[in-house]
Design a protein. Structure first.
Length: 545
């Protein structure tokens, strides 16, 4: 287990009043006494490095800056101007990352940046990350076995993820990228903002639930957390969650800067920068906190940052508050990992129960998917009355630029995610026989078919794709219109359907006498007693709608 599979989010405070370019920065820096003192302190603490550093740019030895050992480490990545204006925390983060060997055989940390972040800090971080471990794609390992679903699963298969809140005082060790580690203060911090515990915990519950409504992950709150130091221990029912949520102040001057970090699966722990005043703004139903939770947990599901940073994707490097929660690219990413919410449903036998049709009916699922070259989606309809059923499916993604995190995060590859699989649609009868099918359109096209069902029973709709080992998001709408009279209610047992009359009473008495489950209306179930008679009479008395 690699506990260093970690990502972090940063919102960096830009010092004001300093020139951004290299020219004139020393004059400005020297005019700021606090910065000069800060640099002087570093000069005392860091003796000049001995010997040269291979393959690095010549070191500018003018002024105070080059006497700092950390400048030699970072001289390929930052300008003297940035070095002069950067905070200690920024320099420490960059230097720790540049000298870490923790990421030689594991993904390096991925940082995300708040609006207003010093662009040179962002560029330096991304350049160092690229140098220590170039990332080829925006996904890494997914959950494969959790506390409630310990069996191994493959790409596109669902997972159950539990989460718990780390009690205050729990030790959160340093995770080797410039953060000190500390004692968790999640409750003290968020109780202070929200006034009670339930309010902010509900924000976490709702945010996990939003992910759960979009992808094949079921979230279960684990109310226990044993307070063992966060160390990548697996989740355990009744002991701690798969995902543990904690917080401690990342530094004494922690407003802005880093907001949170999150470990990748199989760890998943989410650690916030406690008391960072970024989160004091609770407008729009605490969108800052909610989007940070949703973004961090995206990492905790096995997602990396995605570019370009154009304010359209939750997993862009910067926390964005221009939208709420996961967007199309994030849904694609999550469903590629865990499938859609109806998985597993790859066969007639495992068809997802979609609806019971006993009258006018319509149901829409906007975001489901054929998530690879072996996925097919079966949905079961329990049809109670003869009906005309219409099913429509249509690609539901979009065409946009997307790619791995890059130096400037300006661009990606333009891809039309609506032309991945040529979808086709089939309706199967209660015996599994094909009753109707349609494949009228090619890549990117919608399909629709209408089928008249005369015999009540269990029918199945199958959606299938092509051979691309990639994901096609689609939406479907199922609607039904009865083609004959609809039963008034559960007491409308026999013809004439649509009327409650003496024939229904006779049928009830016959079925009651025979002990038929269809008239076992009320508890105790399995017994035919006065409570069933009372319920029949209540339904009969209620009359037709
Ligand atoms: Ca911070
Ligand atoms: Ca599917
Ligand atoms: Ca499926
Ligand atoms: Ca088609
Ligand atoms: Zn991030």
């Amino acid at each position: 287990m690699k506990s260093n599979r970690t990502v972090a989010c940063a919102a960096v405070v830009v010092l004001s009043g300093l020139a951004i370019g290299a020219e004139g920065v020393f004059a400005d820096a020297e005019a700021d006494a606090s910065i000069v003192r800060g640099l002087a302190r570093e000069v005392i603490q860091n003796s000049p490095a001995v010997g040269g550093i291979q393959n690095r740019a010549p070191i500018d030895r003018s002024g105070l800056v080059p006497t700092d050992r950390r400048y030699e480490i970072l001289s390929n990545y930052v300008s003297p101007a940035f070095f002069a204006r950067a905070s200690d925390g920024e320099i420490e983060s960059l230097a720790a990352l540049a000298t870490s060997d923790a990421y030689n055989d594991a993904p390096p940390p991925a940082w995300c940046y708040a609006p207003g972040t010093d662009p040179e800090f962002v560029n330096a971080m991304e350049a160092i990350i690229h140098d220590v471990n170039p990332i080829a794609f925006q996904q890494i390992g997914r959950w494969d076995g959790t506390a409630l679903s310990p069996a191994s699963t493959a790409q596109g298969e669902p997972a159950i993820v539990t989460y718990s809140f780390i009690p205050d005082g729990t030790n959160i060790p340093s995770e080797d990228f410039g953060l000190p580690g500390g004692s968790s203060a999640l409750f003290a911090w968020l109780d202070g903002i929200y006034g009670d515990t339930e309010t902010w915990q509900d924000l976490f519950h709702e945010t996990f639930e939003e992910w759960g409504e979009l992808i094949g992950v079921t979230y279960v709150y684990e109310p226990n957390d044993d307070g063992t130091p966060t160390s990548g221990l697996p989740g355990q029912v009744g002991v701690r969650g798969d995902v543990r949520i904690g917080a401690y102040p990342f530094s004494s001057n922690n407003n802005g800067g880093t907001l949170a970090y999150n470990n990748f699966p199989q760890n998943g722990d989410m650690i916030f920068d406690a008391f960072d005043n970024f989160f004091d703004n609770v407008s729009s139903n605490s969108r800052r906190l909610r989007n940070t939770i949703a973004h961090e947990h995206g990492h905790g599901l096995g997602m990396l940052h995605v570019c370009p940073a154009d304010g359209t994707k939750l997993m862009e490097p910067a926390i964005d508050t221009g939208f709420a929660g996961p967007q199309i690219d994030d849904i694609l990413n999550g469903q590629r990992h865990y499938g859609d919410v109806f998985e597993p449903n790859d066969s007639l036998a495992t068809a997802a129960p979609l609806a019971t049709i006993g009258g006018e009916f319509e149901l829409t699922a906007p975001f489901v998917s054929i998530d690879d070259n072996s996925d097919s989606d079966f949905y079961r309809l329990d049809v109670l009355v003869p009906s005309e059923v219409t099913v429509r499916i249509a690609p539901a993604a979009a065409a946009y630029s997307q790619g791995p995190q890059s130096f400037f995060c300006f661009s990606g590859s333009f891809t039309d995610y609506n032309v991945v699989h040529d979808l086709r649609l089939t309706v199967l009868g209660p015996t599994g026989a094909t009753l109707a099918s349609v494949d009228d359109t090619g890549l990117g096209g919608a399909e629709e078919l209408t089928h008249s069902i005369t015999t009540p029973g269990a029918y199945t709709v199958a959606v299938e794709g092509g051979s691309a080992n990639s994901i096609q998001l689609y939406g479907f709408t199922v609607s039904a219109t009865p083609t004959g009279p609809v039963p008034c209610n559960g007491a409308d047992l026999v013809a004439p359907i649509g009327e409650l009359d003496i024939a229904d009473v006779v049928e009830f008495l016959r079925a009651f006498g025979d002990g038929q489950p269809s008239v076992d209306y009320a508890a105790p179930f399995g017994e035919f007693d006065i409570s069933d008679v009372v319920e029949f009479l209540r339904l009969f008395g209620a009359g037709c709608p």
